[in-house]
Design a protein around this ligand. Sequence first.
Ligand code: GLP
Length: 247
Amino acid sequence: MKVFCGETYEEASKIAASIIADQIKNKDNSVLGLATGSTPIGTYKNLVEMNKSGEISFKNITSVNLDEYQGLDGSHDQSYRYFMNTNLFDHVDIDKSKTFVPNGSEADDVKACDDYEKTIASVGGVDLQLLGLGHNGHIGFNEPGTPFDSKTHKVALTESTINANSRLFASIDDVPRFAYTMGIGTIMSAKAVLLLVTGEDKRDIIDKVCHGPVTEDVPASVLQNHPNVILVGDKAALGDNFAAELR
Ligand code: GLP
């Protein structure tokens, strides 16, 4: 695992964006795995600026997102499709027909998940997967206990995730209880992974993820078994726990 630490959230976002930009420069038709949540917003802002200044182009890029709430269609302002449009896709030269998010409005979960795995296979798999981290170590919506070989599947969100995400909805009752997510096996088949972790509230969990045992109780700990992971964090999240590994 390569580890980079920015002094602040802004600096970490710049580092993450430059890693994604290098991927695009090296392979202009890359397949990017993208993530939602508050953590990557700064990274997307930087990518938008780099696109506007002509440093990078998304013209030939394909993207696949990690997850989507079941029951929300793309026009709902809390759907992950809406998040991606407003934080990135609407502001760069990407061909939206090549941006994929699990279909939250598909009620047949077997179909929604099979279709999504087929989509990922048909674009040739993910070159670089961006990941945030949940407080319980979840990646995408893969909560503790999810099998490491899981493919895209329907999940019941845990109380802690529902509570964490309720800040974004009018009331906790409005938070969807189910989601479709890439599985851990799906995530692990990406050629490279960029794990972005910021904020003091993630300090303990990122230490556990990287330095604790590899266990399904801490979903992201599986990344210790991935051959090509880059961790980008800020001082608040990494603290002194990664001093020996810093680049
Ligand atoms: C959500 C998303 C995850 C995300 C996590 C952390 O549950 N499904 O993909 O990584 O929350 O979010 P944040 O970056 O807002 O802390």
